[in-house]
Write a protein that binds this ligand. Structure first.
Ligand code: F6P
Length: 556
């Protein structure tokens, strides 16, 4: 047994699970319990209802006991103190410093990081003002009309998600494009829409060594040079965001056009840093500040609240209850907002890259699940695609439903329908529909008994399926900042309870290395022999097919 499953608090929870696993959630709403009021929380522009869960008061208390016993308070304090909690990379984890709105210094390796954060923020704001006002001109003297972000993973998903989510706040003077995939279709489709004289490329890469990003950036640079015929054009059309000055310089981007961040900002936690440049260009520096302030509201709540009153802790522990006791294999997020359509992708990286780990911080294999498959898509589209399985499938899929009180689109009829669908789905998942009710309904509709016997079982909804509903005042920079920070801290808490390092990502390295080896072999004519038989076969199949195609198309 591991130190986690060995703990008394864990074993008490296991017994509690045996007692309460099949309890109907509705029982917890019985009169006098006031559960909705007690199991909901208003934090900044977020209202979070976590009452529809298979968690009793007693279970929540035991989950909190476990969180305390895992040393959560001191781990949280270590993060905020700038200790090197990402110990496999010997780094602090300080995305919280990027949105620190107080005068409190935050130190990494003894140095207060706040002055340099403010300095970069100011440089970003100055650059943003110049581009948005048209003062920043392209090589031929024209204003910038299109901004292309080239980056992948954390250097893509955050800016892409936020620029899309904040559509009503985005300037109509600039069009935003995001290129991530090394599949040439991504870049070439984007380039087709662009005028090189009025396009600004932002190359975002923490390491500035990521194959996909550098390949896209080099091709974009070649495209620009081909069109503008002068290498000085790069100065006006390329900027970089990175921690790697040498590589940026080598690429040919002037260091004065590089915006810095630091190794204590993880890629998937970086939208608050200079990686947020596309967001700032889109919404302006004052609105970007609101994004940071929104996150700060949640940071302060997490930093100062007692564990038992902390919203991210409660949400994290509810998930742990499903993952480790019910053995749920996935969790879903359904934004009832077209503008939030990239949120599930963003959270997928945040959750799966952070906590999809197989060893404890001491390097011992875990004997419990860490993380879950995180997925989702927008409501209401999901209702017509995957909700069938949520309602009647055999897997337990705890789900977050996200909706805003206000829409910006001036179509109240649409918004009421959107909200009603969101609320109704959580009701359907909770309450279900019994066979007796199905039969009564069919009888009232005059169905013959033979038909009722045949169809009733297919029309039953077992219910008791858990959901959290998050109601945002509106989708604005501050509320979005709070929402993202809430998920970040939830992920942090889970990492502490599971005893994994949530801030490294060694699991992506092997594939990167092997891809380089395979790439070099694709250029060779001889058969591949150094891999397993399947891999050798696939490499040869590709090479032979490509050679055959070239023979057919070649000069005759
Ligand atoms: O491959 C995973 C990863 O390292 C992510 O963690 C990161 O967000 C992404 O690649 C991009 O890395 P970079 O910003 O260094 O290009």
């Amino acid at each position: 047994m591991s130190s986690l499953t060995d703990m008394q608090e864990w074993q008490v929870l296991q017994k509690q699970f045996e007692l309460e696993a099949d309890n109907p959630i509705l029982k917890y709403f019985e009169s006098g319990q006031n559960r909705f009021a007690r199991w909901s929380h208003k934090l900044g522009g977020l209202f979070v209802d976590y009452s529809k869960h298979r968690v009793s008061d007693k279970t929540m208390q035991l989950l909190m006991d476990l969180a305390m016993a895992r040393g959560l308070e001191s781990s949280r304090d270590q993060m905020f103190a700038g200790n090197n909690i990402n110990f496999t990379e010997d780094r602090a984890v300080l995305h919280i410093a990027l949105r620190n709105q107080s005068a409190r210094p935050i130190r990494a390796n003894g140095e207060d990081v706040m002055p340099k954060i403010k300095q970069v923020l100011q440089r970003l704001a100055d650059f943003t003002d110049k581009v948005r006002s048209g003062e920043w001109k392209g090589y031929s003297g024209k204003k910038i009309t299109d901004v292309v972000n080239i980056g992948i993973g954390g250097s893509d998903l955050g800016p892409r998600m936020a620029v899309t989510a904040l559509r009503p706040f985005v300037t109509d003077k600039l069009k935003f494009h995001f290129v991530a995939n090394v599949d040439g279709a991504d870049l070439s489709n984007t380039l087709k829409q662009l005028n090189p004289q009025t396009t600004l490329f932002i190359v975002e890469s923490k390491t500035f060594s990521t194959q996909e990003t550098l390949t896209n950036a080099r091709t974009a640079r070649a495209w620009l040079l081909d069109k503008l015929k002068n290498k000085d054009a790069i100065l006006k059309h390329f900027v970089a965001v990175s921690v790697n000055r040498a590589a940026v310089k080598e690429f040919g981007i002037a260091i004065e056009h590089m915006f810095e961040f630091w190794d204590w900002v993880g890629g998937r936690y970086s939208l608050w840093s200079a990686i947020g440049l596309p967001i700032m260009l889109a919404i302006g520096s004052a609105r970007f500040q609101e994004l940071l302030s929104g996150a700060y509201i949640v940071d302060e709540h997490f930093r100062t609240s007692p564990i038992a009153e902390s919203l991210p802790v409660k949400l994290a522990m509810i998930d742990i209850w499903y993952v480790n006791f019910y053995h749920a294999k996935s969790r879903a997020v359904f934004p009832y907002s077209y503008d939030l359509r990239y949120l599930p992708h963003y959270l997928q990286q945040a959750e799966m890259e952070s906590n999809g780990k197989q060893v404890t911080r001491e390097g011992r294999p875990v004997d419990y699940s860490t993380g879950v498959v995180s997925w989702g898509a927008t409501g209401v589209n999901s209702q017509h695609a995957n909700f069938q399985m949520l309602h009647q499938g055999t897997q337990l899929v705890p789900a977050d439903f996200i909706v805003a009180l206000q829409s910006f689109d001036g179509l109240p009829d649409h918004h009421d329908k959107l909200v009603s669908n969101c609320i109704a789905q959580t009701e359907a998942l909770l309450c279900g529909k019994s066979e007796q009710r199905v039969r009564e309904e069919m009888q009232r509709q005059g169905c013959p008994i033979s038909e009722i016997d045949k169809l009733a079982p297919h029309r039953v909804f077992s219910g008791n399926r858990p959901t959290t509903t998050m109601v945002l005042d509106q989708i604005d920079p501050e509320t979005l900042g709070s929402l993202i920070a809430l998920y970040e801290h939830k992920i942090f808490v889970q990492g502490i309870v599971w005893d994994v390092n949530s801030f490294d990502q060694w699991g992506v390295e092997l594939g990167k290395d092997l891809a380089n080896t395979v790439l070099s072999e694709l250029a060779q004519t001889s058969s591949s022999t150094t891999h397993d038989a399947s891999t050798n076969g696939l490499i040869d199949y590709y090479k032979n097919s490509k050679a055959e195609a070239q023979r057919k198309c070649g000069p005759d």
